[in-house]
Design a protein around this ligand. Structure first.
Ligand SMILES: [Zn+2]
Length: 213
């Protein structure tokens, strides 16, 4: 049984997730922790629950999802695991965004390994399947646990909304295709943990999402 903990972070109100099971192993997904109190909240949650962070996973490398990469590396010695097509986002677009928005950020450690569609990521007794969902970012992936019907979805789908595609390297048609062909093929009772805002379900979005018809 995976427990999903959400911590809302940084000026962009990004959802950082910690996934853990009864083995106490955990993964940290999209660490957006920026302010000291956010870093402390993440560290306290992990320490108070006696968790052992084994992986740092990224759905994509936009600034709001990676502001805490350096902190996670310094604290638990984890480097990001991500899709290779989002490497330029991490190394070029995000540092540019940091200076543009006036948000000084610690440089992220670089990934040592990449993930792709169909890969299975294990922690404790749990497995996350990687689904490639480009559009909002060129190397965007989501993490799916089939047993519990959970999607850690980053910025693909939101409650009654979808990811922005007005940034550089976004592609609106790819995003719609990712949603229709990769997410809406999953059962209606899958829970979607979004990168911003409240979680939703596949069934609710199929019925109510005005951007995907
Ligand atoms: Zn994003």
């Amino acid at each position: 049984m995976i427990h999903v903990q959400k911590i809302i972070c940084n000026p962009f109100q990004e959802n950082t997730y910690v996934l853990h099971d009864k083995t106490k192993d955990c993964v940290i997904v999209d660490p957006g922790c920026y302010y000291d109190h956010e870093k402390k909240e993440l560290q306290n949650f992990i320490e108070k629950n006696g968790l052992n962070p084994t992986k740092l996973l990224l759905t994509h490398a936009h600034i709001d999802h990676v502001l805490g990469n350096k902190f996670v590396f310094d604290t638990w010695n984890l480097k990001p695991i991500m899709h290779e097509l989002d490497l330029p986002t991490l190394t070029q677009m995000t540092p540019n965004a940091a200076s543009k928005y006036g948000i000084p950020m610690d440089e992220s450690p670089l990934p040592e390994s990449f993930i792709k569609e169909g890969d299975e990521i294990s922690f404790g007794e749990s497995v996350l399947k990687v689904i490639f969902t480009p559009g909002h970012a060129p190397g965007h992936v989501v993490f799916v646990n089939e047993k519990q019907k959970i999607i850690i979805n980053g910025d693909v789908l939101f409650r009654e909304s979808i990811g922005r595609t007005d940034f550089p390297n976004c592609n609106h048609n790819d995003l719609i295709s990712s949603i229709k062909n990769k997410l809406f093929v999953l059962d209606d009772d899958y829970t979607v943990y979004t990168g911003h805002g409240e979680e939703t379900t596949i069934g609710y979005e199929k019925e109510n999402n005005p951007f995907v018809r």
